[in-house]
Each structure stands twice: as structure tokens, then as C-alpha cells.
Design a protein around this ligand. Structure first.
Ligand SMILES: Nc1ncnc2c1ncn2[C@@H]1O[C@H](COP(=O)(O)OP(=O)(O)OP(=O)(O)O)[C@@H](O)[C@H]1O
Ligand SMILES: [Mg+2]
Length: 445
């Protein structure tokens, strides 16, 4: 990594650059802003240590010009006083970090390490973006949050290899889109991407689905048929929900992965296959393997590389963009969510992750008449969540009761006898509670 130290004070300049050189970094030096800018433009500088107070051009000016020349460069501003204001100004001007004089060298090193990781991620993202621009991918992935940026960075690295990748994550986190992205970024991109949902195949047909069969191999095998391995030849085979694979078939799959050869059901002939395996699961496969419900050897074979999908509640920053993306997907770009509706959505924990958010958008746009979605247009569970997670215990219990009664009334189409029955209360009590909560048919419609 190339570092530039810009400081008019020779002692400070030599101290910092000497220290960084000892850490094995390539260090450039400049005694003022002008010189600093020249070096910055000439060399591929990734990190700059910039003194805020210098004769001639001030640190803030130099900072602006450097950021204009290369927005990807990281700049650590060195400020003279423990003055929060200068620090705030420095950050506003685009500094990535600031340090006070005298510089704490250990802290400096920590900051540089953090920037290094960040730069690595940025470079990966740039590479992925570049690839997407060169040849628009039939796939869009929203990934602005730090958690998703890390995922995309990991994807870029794993895509270039031939190793199997295990994608793990809760339901609806985007495991399948990530598998497709890995394929599209790999050298196999012009070959097939074939997927098999292991949860959807009847156990008796599994082997033939994977490896194909010859005519007459079993009852119903009227013609010969290629399995997914052969169909994926040269490309990628995505084994979705791999945790659901019947355990007695797992040794066979392991052997095929190791040997790169299959034989169709009902045939002795061994056929070479050149396939890269991606798998996904929302189960804790390690736990299943420890419990002997998944073969340990297969587990280690398919998870040579791992990608972990963060749940949506850990990347709420992505929510507004995902909402716009889904509005577009459903041809409703003219529809908007009010800011309090977005606020309410962001607070909801989304146990079903991105897929659940997609359904929320879908349901909301089909229900409304105008072009603005307000909190009242949002699905029941989101409104209820908001009501039951704010306020005192009494308020929350009250709101919860109201939500439960409202749901029962909607479900029974406001037939109070049935709603009361469903709730296990008398009709008289129900009527009282309807009044107490000021529930009316209009409100719930
Ligand atoms: N980061 C993202 N950006 C845009 N769309 C996304 C993103 N992640 C997921 N989606 C969309 O959300 C939906 C669910 O994603 P996907 O099917 O990949 O999830 P999954 O983890 O495989 O879910 P499951 O565990 O239920 O199989 C899809 O419509 C997908 O296009
Ligand atoms: Mg899936």
C-alpha cells in the first residue's frame, strides 16, 4: 500500500514516515500541500496523512483537491488540538479519519489497518461494478450497507476460483441471487447455470435428477434422460437447500464431486463431468453434521469457501433502495411510500428478510388506490409490530389487544359472534372492547 505523509514540520514528517516504513509500507513524503498534490497525482497513493495546519495551502484545501482527483483515496487528517470542531470540519471536508497531535502511533496503525480492509472491499466492489457495466447482468443486487458490501467483496473473490461455495443464511436473505452472481462473475459465465432445489425433489427421484437415467432404468423411465450434472456441464450446479438432501445419497454426491464422473441410473458407463458446485442452506449445517444428520465429509467438501448472508435486520440501510427496486420490479415506479411508512418498515425486524420485504411492497401496491402509501396501507404485522414495541407495558398490551381483536374481526368479516368465539370471549365483552378501542369497520378496511 502506498502512503503519503504531508507535513511542513520535518521532525513530525520523518517520525511518521520512518515509523510507517518500518511497518513495511511504501511511504512518500511532501513538505507542503503543493508538493503533496504533485506526488498524489503522480503515484498511486491510497492513504494520505495530512497535516491540517500548513503554510501555503491549508490541509482542508489540499484535502478537497485530493478527493476531487481520486475519491477512492483515504485521507487521515492530523489536527493540532484536541478540538472537536476542527475534527468535525475535517470529516465534513471528506477526511476519512483524523488524529490529534502528538500522534498515537498504535492508534495510527489501527486506523491504517481498518482503511486497508475498507480499501480491499472498495476495490472488489469496483471490480464487480466494472464487470456489471461491461456486460449488464440480468440481475440487480442492492448492496449499499456495510454488511452487503462485505458479501459482494467476498463474492468477487470466490467467483474467480473453482472451489465449491456454501452460501448460508436465513430464509429470504438472497442466497439464490448471490449464487447467480457468483456464476455470472466466474469464468464459467457463458456456460449453463443449473439449479436443483433439494427440498422439492421426491426422494425416489433424487438420484435420477442428479445423474440422469437410461431408458427402462426404473418403472416410468420411458426414455433416457440427462441429470443436472450433465446439464450443467462446463458451468455451475447450484444445489439449493442442500440440508434436505437424503442422507443415503450423500456419499454418492461426495464421490461424484471428488472424481468428477457420474453414471446415470441404470448404466455402468462413467461419464466425465466438469461442474462447479455451489450450495445453499438456511439450516445450521455444522450442527446437522455434528448430529449425524448430514455427512461430515460432504459438509467439509462443499464448504471449502463460505459466504454468509446477513439478515435484513442487520442491513436496514438497504431497505429504502430495496423498496424502490421492488416498486420498479412490479411496474409501480410512480408509487411512493410516505416517509413515516418507510420509517415504520425500517423498524420492523423482517423475519422473512428480503423476500418478506418484497411481499410487503407487492401487497401494499396492490391495495392502494392513489400513489402514496401511508402507514395505514401497510400490512397488519408491520403496524402491529410498531404498536407493540413502543410505549409502556400497559400501552403495548393495550395495543396488542386492539390488534388481536381487529385481526379477528377482519378474519371473520366482522361477524361478531364468530370473532368472539374465535377469541374465546363473550359477545358482550367483545362489544365492550370494540368500543374501548374505538374499532370500526372503516378503520380496519
Ligand atoms: N440484495 C438484493 N437486492 C435485490 N433483490 C434481492 C436482494 N436479495 C434478495 N433479493 C430478492 O429477494 C427475493 C428472495 O431472494 P432469494 O430467493 O435469493 O433468497 P433465498 O435466500 O434463496 O431465500 P430462501 O431461503 O427462501 O430460498 C428474490 O426476489 C430476490 O430477487
Ligand atoms: Mg432460495
Amino acid at each position: 500500500m502506498n502512503i503519503l505523509v504531508v507535513d511542513d514540520d520535518p521532525i513530525q514528517r520523518e517520525l511518521l514516515s520512518g515509523f510507517l516504513e518500518n511497518q513495511g509500507l511504501k511511504v512518500f513524503k511532501a513538505a507542503n500541500g503543493e508538493e503533496g498534490l504533485n506526488v498524489f497525482i503522480r503515484e498511486a497513493i491510497q492513504v494520505v496523512l495530512l497535516d491540517q495546519r500548513m503554510p501555503g495551502q491549508s490541509g482542508a484545501e489540499v484535502l478537497k483537491r485530493m478527493k476531487a482527483a481520486n475519491p477512492m483515496a483515504r485521507i487521515i487528517m492530523i489536527t493540532a488540538y484536541a478540538d472537536v470542531n476542527t475534527a468535525v470540519v475535517a470529516m465534513k471536508d471528506g477526511a476519512d479519519e483524523f488524529l490529534e497531535k502528538p500522534v498515537d502511533l498504535k492508534l495510527l496503525l489501527d486506523k491504517i489497518d481498518a482503511l486497508k480492509t475498507d480499501i480491499g472491499i472498495d476495490e472488489d466492489l469496483k471490480a464487480v461494478e466494472k464487470r456489471m457495466n461491461e456486460q449488464p447482468l440480468p440481475l440487480k443486487i442492492i448492496s449499499n450497507s456495510p454488511a452487503m458490501r462485505k458479501v459482494i467483496s467476498a463474492v468477487r473473490r470466490v467467483a474467480e476460483t473453482e472451489w465449491p461455495v456454501l452460501i448460508q443464511g436465513e430464509t429470504g436473505t438472497g442466497k439464490e441471487v448471490i449464487a447467480r452472481l457468483i456464476h455470472l462473475l466466474s469464468a464459467r459465465k457463458n456456460h449453463p447455470f443449473v439449479d436443483l432445489n433439494c427440498a422439492a425433489v421426491p426422494e425416489s427421484l433424487f438420484e435420477s435428477e442428479l445423474f440422469g437415467h437410461e431408458k427402462g432404468a426404473f418403472t416410468g423411465a420411458v426414455g433416457e434422460r440427462k441429470g443436472r450434472f450433465e446439464l450443467a456441464s462446463g458451468g455451475t450446479l447450484f444445489l439449493d437447500e442442500i440440508g434436505e438432501m437424503p442422507i443415503h445419497l450423500q456419499p454418492k454426491l461426495l464421490r461424484v464431486i471428488q472424481e468428477g464422473r457420474i453414471s446415470r441410473v441404470g448404466s455402468e458407463k462413467s461419464i466425465p463431468v466438469n461442474v462447479r458446485i455451489l450450495s445453499a442452506t438456511n439450516k445450521d449445517l455444522k450442527h446437522l453434521a455434528d448430529d449425524s444428520r448430514f455427512r461430515q465429509d460432504l459438509y467439509y467438501r462443499i464448504k471449502v469457501l463460505e459466504v454468509r448472508m446477513p439478515p435484513l435486520r442487520q442491513r436496514k440501510e438497504d431497505i429504502p433502495q430495496l423498496v424502490s427496486f421492488f416498486l420498479e420490479r412490479y411496474g409501480k415506479s410512480s408509487v411512493r411510500f410516505s416517509s413515516d411508512a418507510i420509517d415504520m418498515i425500517v423498524k420492523y425486524p423482517f423475519p422473512g428478510n428480503v423476500r418478506e420485504l418484497e411481499h410487503v411492497v407487492q401487497r401494499s401496491v396492490t391495495m392502494i388506490r392513489g400513489n402514496l402509501i401511508t402507514p395505514a396501507d401497510l400490512p397488519e404485522e408491520i403496524q402491529t409490530h410498531q404498536l407493540t414495541t413502543q410505549g409502556s407495558l400497559t400501552e403495548r398490551l393495550d395495543n396488542m389487544e386492539k390488534a388481536i381483536i381487529r385481526a379477528a374481526l377482519i378474519e371473520t368479516d366482522w361477524v361478531q359472534t364468530r370473532a368472539a368465539e374465535r377469541l374465546g370471549i363473550s359477545e358482550r365483552v367483545l362489544r365492550y372492547k370494540i368500543q374501548k378501542h374505538k374499532l370500526s369497520r372503516n378503520f380496519s378496511a
